[in-house]
Every structure is written in C-alpha cells, then in structure tokens.
Design a protein around this ligand. Structure first.
Ligand code: IPM
Ligand code: MN
Length: 361
C-alpha cells in the first residue's frame, strides 16, 4: 500500500530490498499493490476499498508508505486519507505498534541533541494502536449548539491493555528486561485503570522484568534529558503517537524510524514519517525508515530473522560509507548527499556484497 506523497518512492525502494533478501533465502515473494489513502480517494472515492482491506487480511504482511496531503485536507472524518490508515490498523487488529528508536553512531552528530546525550540509545516504544482516544466512542462535534462543542473518548478495556502489555513484556525479555509504562494517572481515570492493569499483569505473570511507571509529561522531558534510561516504553495510542515523533529526533531524523504493528494476524509495516508533500517526486525522501520496516517484516511476519539482520547491517554499512539523504546530511567532509534511488541502490549493493554475490547481479 504505497499511499500518498513520498510513500510510493520509499515503498518501491523497500520492495527492491525485500525481493533481494527473499531471493537469498529461497523465499518467493508475491506482491500485490493497492492505492490507499488519498490515492484511493482519487481513484475509488474512499481511502480504503473493501478489496484492498480483504487483500491485506489474506496476506502474510502489509507494507505501507504514508497517507495524506494538502489535496485532501478539506475532507473531514471518515473521508480523510488518515481514516483509511486507522481502518486498516483496526481491521487487521494490529494492536501493538513497535517503534524501535536506535541511534546509529554515524548519525549521532546529525541529531539536534548533543551526541553525549543520545549515543548508545536503544529504545523500543510499544504503542497501543487500535484503541484509546483514536477509536473510543462516543465522539461528537456539534457546531449547531448554542455553545458549539466537540469531544472524543479515551476508553480502554482490560483485555486491550493486557494484550499490548504482554507484547511489551515479551519484547523486553529479549532486550534489557525493563518496561516503563507511561500514562497520565495523576489526571485521567483511564490512565489510573491502565496503570493498575499493567501492574497486576506484571505481578501475575512476570518475574525478572523491571516495571516502572512514568507520567507522560515527565516522559517527554526525560526523553530529551536522558534517553539512555529507557529500554521498553509501553503506552497508550495518543501518548505513543506524540512520544514517538519526539523520540525520532534522537535518531537525527524521523526519516530513520521504522515501525511494526502486530496483532494475532498479518503484521503491518510502515515508516513513522508522513507523506512529506514538500519533497514528493523529487527523489529526496529518505527510504531508510521503510527499508528498516521491511527488515521488521522479515523478523516478525516472514520468520526470516537472518534476512532482517542483513538488511539492518546493510543500512548501517551504507551510513558508515557516508551516504546521506538531505534529512541526515550535515555537510561534514566524509558525507555524500544522495537521493532516494541512490540510497536504495547503496543498501542493495551492500546486501549483495554481504551475501558474496557480484554487485551487478
Ligand atoms: C502515525 C501517524 C498517524 C497516527 C496518523 C497519520 C493518523 O501520525 O502513524 O504516527 O496518528 O497514528
Ligand atoms: Mn504520528
């Protein structure tokens, strides 16, 4: 689902990489593509057709670019491109959104934060993705009332909190074994409920995982004060949306941040960044977030862990060689400014070298 803006450019690149690693692992990749978001509105009058949703549901995994743009900004509610994205997340039941934030040493100086603060940062944000205020009912905007009003509902059921908590704890066990659950329990009842459920889940099911709790405003501060303190951050839909954009800047650019959205069926893989209309079609977009999302797809949906690691190493090698798209280019003497296509080609050639195949095969 390439979507809008730079979506098609970055998805194209990631597919090339996926095809390459699959060929190394005797895995035949079957790809079907559907217009999505604004592109689907233009073609079919709806941001996500039933056909596209059914195709996603019956696939092993979905790769998504980005949705939205000025052209569709006048639309409201279910007509907006973004509502297609929310619908697909909900239809696929991908309730746990993994947003790994890793600072590549080569890019430490590209961040707006001091390298001493961000070096070595390796955080996994686990964002609840199919509930909370994004989906809670009732919701209403009433412009005809004497004093017009609008409200959304932040609602969580125990089962929704438990299943995403389990994913976060399972992930933490393979990492540093620490989960920080982030909420606004000093103000919101739904957050106090969230905190209680997470606590009791940990008491009943976990030994050896360190669970802490933090208020979301403090977390926003701690992320730029001392991001090294975090291992896994577990949080609700809206808080995770905001904190993951903030955390992206630790890596130098949101163009570096991949995501995996997991439930009990097919996984959904998308870069954290948006459709970037300002650079669309100019071969300027950073494809690395989408390529890294393809790596996560290999890891979590295709059971190709080795392929995932290979892609991640190829990204690292490409950065080591100095190749940079505009968003991570800092003008230092050993950096080479490249476009989307060349960045993809460099990752591809690094993959081919790694596997001992000639670069032109
Ligand atoms: C994200 C995006 C989406 C979200 C928008 C486009 C609906 O910001 O994936 O973080 O808010 O979830
Ligand atoms: Mn977001």
């Amino acid at each position: 689902m390439p979507g809008d803006g730079i979506g098609p450019e970055v998805v194209d690149g990631a597919l090339t990489i996926l095809r390459e690693v699959c060929s190394h692992h005797n895995t035949e990749l079957q790809v079907e593509s559907f217009p999505f978001g604004g592109a689907s509105i233009d073609k079919h009058g709806t941001p996500a057709t039933e056909e596209a949703i059914e195709a996603c549901k019956s696939s092993d995994a979905v790769l998504l670019g980005a949705v939205g743009g000025e052209k569709w900004d006048h639309l409201t509610g279910a007509d907006r491109p973004e509502s297609g994205l929310l619908r697909i997340r909900s239809e696929l039941g991908v309730y746990a959104n993994f947003r790994p934030v890793r600072v590549y040493p080569e890019l430490a100086h590209a961040s707006t934060l001091k390298s001493s603060i961000i070096s070595g940062v390796d955080i996994l944000i686990v964002r609840e993705l199919t509930g909370g205020i994004y989906f809670g009912q009732p919701r209403e905007t009433n412009l005809d009332a004497e004093d017009p009003y609008s409200f959304d509902t932040m609602r969580y059921h125990r089962s929704e909190i438990i299943r995403v908590t389990k994913k976060a704890f399972d992930a933490a066990r393979k990492r540093d074994g620490r989960v920080c659950s982030v909420d606004k329990a000093n103000v919101l009842g739904s957050s106090r409920f969230w905190r209680d459920i997470v606590k009791s889940y940990a008491e009943q099911n976990e030994t050896g995982i360190e669970l802490t709790h933090m208020l979301v405003d403090n977390c926003a501060m701690q992320l730029i004060r001392d991001p090294g303190q975090f291992d896994v951050i577990l949080t609700a839909n809206l808080f995770g949306d905001i904190l993951s954009d903030e955390a992206a800047m630790l890596t130098g650019s949101i163009g570096m941040l991949p995501s995996a959205s997991l439930g009990d069926g097919p996984g959904l893989y998308e870069p954290v960044h948006g459709s970037a209309p300002d650079i669309t079609g100019q071969n300027k977009a950073n494809p690395l977030a989408t390529i890294a999302s393809a790596a996560l797809m290999c890891r979590y949906s295709l059971q190709l862990e080795e392929a995932a690691t290979k892609i991640e190493q190829a990204i690292e090698n490409t950065l080591k060689k100095g190749f940079r798209t505009g968003d991570i280019f800092t003008d230092s003497s050993n950096e080479l400014l490249v476009g989307t296509d060349e960045m993809c080609e460099q990752v591809l050639s690094s993959l081919q070298q790694k596997s001992g195949q000639p670069a032109n095969q």
